[in-house]
Design a protein around this ligand. Sequence first.
Ligand code: IPE
Ligand code: IPE
Ligand code: MG
Length: 224
Amino acid sequence: MNSIKHVAIIMDGNGRWGLKHKKSRNLGHKEGLKTVEKIIKTTIKNNIKYLTLYAFSTENWKRPKKEINFLFNLLENFLLNKISDLNKQNIKLKIIGKKQFSKKINILLDKSEKKTFKNKKLQINLALNYGSKSELVHSFNSIKNKKEKINEKNVSKYLFTTNIPDPDLLIRTGNTHRLSNFLLWQVAYSEIFFEKKLWPDFNENDYNRILNKFKKTKRNYGNI
Ligand code: IPE
Ligand code: IPE
Ligand code: MG
């Protein structure tokens, strides 16, 4: 049976869920946040050490301002209301992506990371303003500036995910079969699960079903 250290999730389908149930994409985002809380709990129950959640991509800035503002308000309220609770549960929060938001959000993110820095039970990597291509370019530039060798170890070292093991599995909800610029380097050997359900409908049973399927998968890494 494979052990699981790291799960990465592309939480897709909020907008469609909202339109279907409440006639508003934004209410889908609100509902999606409930799934985030459930999935965090299940991740802890399964003793998994790293959970990486794709919350906002570098391409998501193309969306209407109203939706972007709603998403960042949701994030702000979530952190204000829940960070103490996450801290009590020994959860560490790390932001991956370029922290270029409003001053208020930047400060809140820094504070949340600092408050939970020493926690050990679970590390949540929240991908915000995250794009894998720009992350890789940043890594190559860092190597060049430090006059180090271009090799796999150094490329990994200068990614946002430095010192974090690569994801064992990647889940994408929302019935869409693409990576959308997420962790392109890190998922080289991850098992990928595309899930039909929209993110707000995804539940603990769906998650456990995927984790159990993963545990029984034969991972070859090129071998036989
Ligand atoms: C994913 O859900 C969440 C974010 C990108 C913030 P979407 O908003 O992409 O939902 P769909 O894919 O349009 O339904
Ligand atoms: C990927 O979903 C980004 C997040 C889940 C945050 P998108 O909905 O933005 O992806 P595309 O645009 O359909 O590929
Ligand atoms: Mg989408």
